[in-house]
Design a protein around this ligand. Structure first.
Ligand SMILES: NC(=O)c1ccc[n+]([C@@H]2O[C@H](COP(=O)([O-])OP(=O)(O)OC[C@H]3O[C@@H](n4cnc5c(N)ncnc54)[C@H](OP(=O)(O)O)[C@@H]3O)[C@@H](O)[C@H]2O)c1
Length: 438
């Protein structure tokens, strides 16, 4: 067997510690199965006095990431964020050293620069752990579906928000309480902004869209709405209508060749296989021209699932280096340098909940505004069963309108007008509905 490939790890937190543990404990097994010897050269963290779930040998420890880059054939970035992490990745690539990362934030915001740098230096960056933790989503896009045209991706890509929505639905908990519970269980960070505002899922769908549609996604064009305003009442009313509410990340090709890239709370029918992806799990549906529909589900985060994905990338690169002296995955993100035409507007069905005074003429005025915007109504509900979900019987009884497909810009402008009507007593709730049967 050829000489050992030296792997340096920058960042020894949740994922980094898992990676070091697997590489050290499974050294023999990896060598036997993959035919390559991997040696951990150096591991960087800020403070080695901190307790970690795996004891990193003293001689491997450093606080200087430059020492890691210097002493490695492959550099693994597991710091997170876009400041030092970007420096680490750029330094390694400039030196022609391949990089493995799980940093979706960095890829979503600087993917184009980083991919270009990798290509210019005849090296590459792999990132299986960045999206879906231990679920091999990047592999599916880069390998399984390489001969197919991807039409659509739908994903539950953030375990924290999926856990919160599941708790809210199963235990009738308001958002704030479900969030607190997620934090107590370690499923949500002390600062949960990136998760609950949908930004983490948006980073991930931007990465998947780049690979699926072959170009870079301008992250500022991704539509993002989080779950902070989700109300238990809508979860329950949705259930009565045969829907589950999920924070869905969507990348979808439109007939005009643009791509909708969006993240928002979404009602999906029970026939959609993602409807039973609950708790901290992630799930993704790929729709492509020849394979058809493919669903993957599993642990979307956590030390060992993510570390498994990172180690898979390390082994792939180590094999290439050991056998050929170079790496050859030169299309890290997207397969051309162009940008994907991200659609400014999108087309969806809608659930609209209005708190209105119960008097004649109300429905007529609302329907008139919708009709003027070209939005056709699929159903109107204001029924007795709604009452059982109201905490206080004197609350305004909700009027629920389901629409046929309409442009987001049109429904938003209709809702703005409806909100100003004198008999509308509460802020309208608008939830997108992805109705397609799977
Ligand atoms: N956690 C997950 O389940 C998960 C899943 C998928 C992807 N990811 C991604 O994986 C990456 C790492 O996440 P994580 O959860 O493992 O983060 P983490 O637990 O916060 O660990 C970050 C590590 O980076 C070290 N670090 C920070 N700044 C440094 C510097 N300037 N020099 C050297 N070391 C430095 C920290 O050192 P100290 O330990 O001394 O503070 C810590 O060991 C992120 O990009 C994240 O988005 C995480």
């Amino acid at each position: 067997m050829s000489k050992a490939v030296k792997v340096g790890i920058v960042g020894c937190g949740t994922v980094g510690t898992g990676v070091v543990q697997i590489l050290l404990e499974k050294k023999e097994e990896i060598s036997r199965k993959a035919g390559v010897n991997i040696e951990v050269s150096k591991v960087a963290a800020r403070n080695w006095n901190k307790r970690r779930f795996f004891e990193v040998p003293q001689d491997l420890r450093t606080t200087d990431w430059k020492e890691v880059v210097e002493n490695s054939d492959i550099v693994v970035e597991l710091i997170g964020g876009v400041s030092v992490a970007k420096e680490v990745v750029e330094e390694a690539l400039k030196r022609g050293k391949p990089v493995v990362t799980a940093n979706k934030h960095l890829l979503a915001e600087f993917g184009k620069e980083i991919s270009t740098l990798a290509r210019e230096n005849n090296t590459t960056i792999l990132f299986e752990g960045a999206v879906g933790g231990g679920i091999p989503l990047i592999k599916v896009l880069k390998e399984t579906l390489v001969s197919n045209g991807v039409e659509e991706i739908q994903g539950i890509l953030n375990g924290t928000t999926n856990y919160i929505l599941t708790k809210m639905e199963e235990e009738n908990l308001p958002f704030e309480e479900a969030l607190k519970e997620a934090q107590q269980k370690g499923y949500a960070e002390a600062d949960p902004t990136f998760d609950i505002e949908g930004i983490d899922a948006a980073h991930k769908i931007a990465v998947l869209a780049s690979l699926a549609f072959g170009g870079f996604v301008d992250f500022s064009k991704v539509f993002v709405e989080g779950i902070t305003k989700v109300n238990v009442l809508d979860l329950k009313l949705g259930n009565e209508l045969g829907y589950k509410l999920k924070l869905l990340a969507i990348a979808k090709k439109t007939p005009s060749g643009e791509v909708e890239v969006r993240v928002h709370p979404t009602f999906i029918p029970l026939s959609n296989p993602l409807s039973n992806v609950n708790g901290v799990f992630n799930g993704v549906l790929f729709k492509s021209d020849y394979l058809g529909k493919l669903k993957l589900q599993g642990a979307g985060a956590g030390a060992y699932p993510t570390a498994t994905a990172v180690v898979q990338d390390i082994i792939q690169l180590a094999k290439q280096l050991a056998e050929c002296g170079k790496t050859f995955d030169i299309t890290p993100l997207g397969w051309n340098d162009g940008e994907i035409p991200v659609a400014e507007d999108f087309y969806s069905r809608y659930y609209l909940r209005l708190g209105v005074e119960d008097k004649p003429g109300v429905l007529y005025k609302i329907a008139k505004i919708l009709a003027e915007k070209g939005i056709s109504v699929a159903g109107v509900l204001q029924q007795e069963w709604v009452l059982k979900y109201l905490k206080n019987p004197s609350e305004v009884v909700p009027l629920i309108i389901l629409t046929h497909k309409a442009y987001e810009s049109k429904i938003k402008s209709a809702v703005d007008e409806i909100e100003k009507l004198p008999f509308v007593e509460e802020k309208p709730v608008l939830i997108r509905v992805e109705e397609e049967k799977y």
